[in-house]
Design a protein around this ligand. Structure first.
Ligand code: MG
Length: 458
């Protein structure tokens, strides 16, 4: 069966040429443009939207189609070209745009592409707005402009420069540069290579870059998980580098390899960044319910507090704005610092981790050791909506003694760990994330859920 075009809160994702074509992209541009115009009703002047893309070969055609769609409903377009996702979030605010569009399928394989929407505050639309845009797309509810009111396309070459300046402003360049860190960077031939090499050079690092051409021809499976980063680990070891960094194709996620060539896991990207931020001041952090409690440990040491949100970058960013958080992000290697922008940004994570190493004089493995760690496992299993509801209800009974949070599925907190069960919005599956003091404890909680699942599915 052909895969469905997925339209969720953060945008659209599909297979290029099958369900994601130029005409679909143009209609999505029209739907978004119509929404933008309606939300700006009453304001004077022309409205513009910044558009950028990752390096996938299909990106240019889709970007052009979206730009055309936006223009037909009277929105001006500023084309940023091949840039990282956080870069679009930064530029749309710098340029005073009414929205942003990123053509990317993030960490999905090369046959996919996607369209991510951002509002004028730089974050994805909240669910009500996302639903409206989706409806406009399906109903072809487009507010076409007459020939004199059509939008025009201009371009900006300033994106990388603006992004780098914002990242450099949150660290002390001199302290990092004095260390002359040896860094290996794997950008999977995505959008991150060009800008990250410049950032690292600005920070005085000696850089070995692999897969740094923005060809979109991914040198390995693009998700920055251990199995896909063997080459990076090997090079860090043989070159005796201080650290290895890996990005996903749109460079919002960061994974780290320590000086021994060991992949330390994406959860540490946020924990290490928070460790640096909390070493300077106390305050609040925000992250989703599926993220490791390492960030709570880091915050607690200095009297800080962590706010938990539903899964989804926009939920975390909104909580950060609301609570004036000094750091935030998601456990999949997504670090957010509002001084740079309200989007997960691998460049932010890189700068903060290098600053932490430079100031403490410690190696990355020592810093990881200080944070400690837990057993964690992330999995999913098939369940339709009704089955998912039954499983969640039975889990509530089975874990009646745990502290329960139902903001997003069910998160059960125990003295020795936690378990998060949530039904996916885009596919008939339940995600199951567990973190515990050791493997035995974690597996015990998962086994209970699998038993429930067996009873429900039988
Ligand atoms: Mg991504």
């Amino acid at each position: 069966m052909a895969e469905q075009l997925i339209i969720s809160v953060s945008g659209m994702r599909g297979i290029v040429g099958e369900n994601l074509t130029a005409s679909v992209a143009a209609d999505y541009g029209r739907a978004f443009g119509t929404f933008v115009k309606e939300s700006c009703a009453g304001k004077k002047g022309n409205f513009s939207v910044s558009v950028g893309r990752d390096s996938r070969p299909s990106g240019q055609q889709l970007l052009s189609a979206i730009a055309e769609g936006l223009c037909t409903v009277g929105i001006d377009v500023i084309d940023l070209g091949v840039v990282t996702t956080p870069c679009v979030g930064i530029m749309l605010r710098e340029l005073g745009c009414a929205g942003g569009v990123v053509v990317t399928a993030s960490h999905n394989p090369g046959q996919y592409n996607g369209i991510k929407l951002l509002l004028s505050n730089g974050i994805a639309p909240p669910s009500g707005a996302a639903e409206k845009i989706k409806q406009y797309f399906f109903d072809k509810h487009f507010c076409f402009a007459d020939s004199s009111g059509r939008g025009k396309v201009t371009s900006s070459e300033q994106a990388d420069t603006a992004h780098i300046a914002k990242v450099l402003a949150i660290v002390d360049r001199g302290t990092i540069a004095a260390k002359k860190f040896k860094v290996v960077l794997d950008s999977v031939n995505g959008a991150g290579g060009r800008i990250t090499k410049i950032l690292l050079a600005e920070l005085g690092c000696e850089v070995s870059a692999i897969n740094d051409e923005p060809t979109g021809l991914f040198a390995h499976a693009p998700e920055p998980i251990a199995d896909n980063l063997r080459e990076l680990c090997e090079i860090v070891k043989t070159e005796r580098a201080d650290i290895g960094f890996a990005q996903d194709p749109d460079a919002d996620r960061l994974a780290i390899v320590d000086e021994n060539g060991s992949y330390i896991g994406e959860e540490y990207s946020l924990a290490l960044s928070a460790k640096y931020i909390f070493s300077k001041k106390t305050g609040k952090a925000a992250t989703n319910l599926s993220t490791s409690r390492m960030i709570d440990d880091v915050a607690e040491k200095v009297g800080g507090r962590v706010i938990r949100t539903a899964v989804g970058e926009a939920n975390v960013a909104a909580a950060m704005f609301e609570n004036d958080c000094i750091i935030g992000g998601e456990g999949n290697g997504g670090v957010i610092d509002l001084r740079v922008g309200p989007i997960r940004d691998s460049l932010v994570g890189i700068a903060l981790v290098l600053q932490l190493m430079a100031e403490t004089g410690k190696t990355i493995s020592q810093l990881v050791g200080e944070i400690g760690g837990y057993y964690m496992s992330k999995d999913k299993f098939t369940a339709d909506t009704l089955q998912a509801q039954k499983i969640l209800n039975l889990a509530k009974k089975a874990f009646a003694d745990a502290k329960l949070d139902t903001t997003d599925g069910c998160r059960f907190d125990f003295d020795d760990g936690w378990l998060h069960l949530r039904a996916s919005n885009t596919e008939p599956v339940i995600r199951i994330i567990v973190e515990a003091k050791d493997r035995r404890t974690g597996e015990k909680y998962v086994d209970t859920v699998l038993k429930i699942r067996g009873e429900v599915l039988d």
